[in-house]
Ligand binder design. Sequence first.
Ligand code: ADP
Length: 257
Amino acid sequence: IKKVEFFGEERFLVSLRNITTEKEIQKLKEVDKIKTNFIANISHELRTPLAAIKAYTETMLNMPMTLEEIQEFLTIIQTQSERLENLLNDLLDFSQIESNTMKIVKENTDICKIVENVVKSAKQMASDYNVDIMVDCKNVTVNCDPGRMEQVLLNLVTNAIKFSDKSKEERYAKIEAIDEDDQIRLMVSDNGIGIPGDKLDKIFDKFYRVDNDLTYSIPGTGLGLAIVREIVQLHKGTIQVESEEGKGSIFTVIIPK
Ligand code: ADP
């Protein structure tokens, strides 16, 4: 506060200054780092499938090939194109979450059929990572958006596969669906690398990825669980995680009927 002269009169001038605390600076730095990592991750996620598509197409154009080889190469190109499509869909979903425009259309849904589709979609990845997919589902139906619910389960299962523990000989990802009268319980568990206790409340945040020696080479953008949480919340449900490093993780989704 300063005393000043204003057209011959004495006035007080009050100036306001925004004082940024050490804690706030730390938080801003953290957000900045998360953004930088996200750009790096997404560039990698775009470049890897694109490079594969380019290389395989070039080889096909320049080399004589047998029908069998052509089929093998086309399958790789198809898988990589799907990977790009999934990434774009995640980005689109993310922008819908940010603008609050994600919608769900509910219908009476056979969850065991959804689980079957998820297993089909994750089969190739599971075999690449040498992970067994186990299923326990009998007569579970609920009013939900079938496409979105499949997305939730597929996201959780691909994480269970991606973050499997290479040091274990037998690796599994298990999907269980249980009817509990007024709600259904969906559980996706694994015996993978697990999540450090102090990171458990952060993994559902957009862009967040656990960053350590075990995870640094595992691909991803950190959007999957943020999208999963949004879809579950749109169904007025809840999602929880229990995990122990080196032992594995259990994700539990509850959807009210
Ligand atoms: P992404 O898989 O693209 O990294 P997600 O939002 O799906 O992003 O997950 C956020 C983070 O949570 C992951 O990067 C990983 O560190 C951790 N995580 C998720 N699921 C598992 C799991 N089943 N086992 C171990 N860590 C997991």
